[in-house]
Design a protein around this ligand. Structure first.
Ligand SMILES: Nc1ncnc2c1ncn2[C@@H]1O[C@H](COP(=O)(O)OP(=O)(O)OP(=O)(O)O)[C@@H](O)[C@H]1O
Ligand SMILES: [Mg+2]
Length: 256
């Protein structure tokens, strides 16, 4: 008896999308990485309902041409890699050309983008991977991506998203880690219209951790001294005094 069947293309794509996009935090991670790859120095992120209803990310990066804006939601569409040999030297976060295609196939997606030398921006609206509309639009240089109703067309995945606060906490952890990793990045994060994280470009990790963890924790923070002599290893870090401690790992961040 034969029991193997080839899945229809659109079902296969929805399942494949689940490998890249698991929950709102994984969408946010991919979109922030794209903004950083586009050399953004300012990123704002506005979330509604833990990112389940809406994720809006705005960057001041290089933007995309009209043609690239159409192409970026295709599978295996990337500007970052041309052959597998380049994998050993690649310095961008992304290279698969899969993130936007996956996000587009399981949400209602808007991309507004403009490159420096273009007179106008371009808006493209995609639902479940299908282009609904596209038109020129007035826009600042850079890219804005809006992801609405994540998994609206994949009920099985939609059901597995957690409650608002749990999804928000995963995004908060991610944005804190990004803020600590890139002290010169200006980040502005809101959740349900409440400001949650605002960072200005700063020179040191110590300053940045004060911005990220807020005033109450800030005066319990001490920079780790850097006296490692005669070794190629450098360590930079911030720890807290014994007056501020936790029993879980929520405020532990490592980066190498
Ligand atoms: N915020 C952005 N600003 C400018 N270009 C972007 C932005 N986001 C995506 N792009 C363009 O769209 C392409 C596709 O993005 P996508 O995230 O799908 O793939 P990728 O980043 O190349 O690889 P990966 O799937 O590993 O993330 C990118 O290679 C880039 O050229
Ligand atoms: Mg990417």
């Amino acid at each position: 008896m034969n029991i193997i069947r080839i899945l229809p293309e659109h079902e296969a794509r929805k399942i494949a999308a689940g490998e890249v996009v698991e929950r709102p935090a994984s969408v946010v991670k991919e979109l922030i990485e794209n903004a950083l790859d586009a050399h953004a120095t300012e990123i704002s992120l506005h979330l509604i309902n833990g990112g389940k209803s809406r994720i809006e990310i705005r960057d001041n990066g290089c933007g995309m041409s009209q043609e690239d804006a159409r192409l970026c939601i295709a599978h295996h569409a990337t500007s970052k890699l041309q052959s597998i040999e380049q994998l050993t030297t690649i310095s961008t976060f992304g290279f698969r050309g899969e993130a936007l295609a996956s996000i587009a196939s399981v949400s209602k997606l808007h991309i507004v983008t403009r490159q420096k030398h273009d007179d106008a921006g371009f808006h493209i609206h995609v639902e479940a991977g299908n282009i609904i509309s596209e038109k020129p639009i007035a826009a600042n240089i850079g890219t804005t991506i809006i992801v609405e109703d994540l998994f609206f067309n994949v009920p099985a995945r939609k059901k597995f998203m957690k409650q608002r606060d749990t999804e928000w906490r995963a995004i908060q952890q991610l944005t804190q880690a990004i803020a600590l990793t890139f002290p010169t990045l200006s980040l502005n994060v809101t959740h349900d219209n409440q400001p949650m994280l605002v960072t200005q470009s700063c020179a040191t990790l110590f300053e940045r951790s004060q911005q990220v963890f807020g005033k109450d924790i800030a005066h319990h923070l001490i920079p780790v001294p850097k006296p490692l002599k005669n070794t190629p290893i450098t360590i930079e870090g911030v720890i807290s005094t014994h007056q501020f401690s936790r029993y879980d790992r929520r405020y532990m961040f490592f980066h190498h």
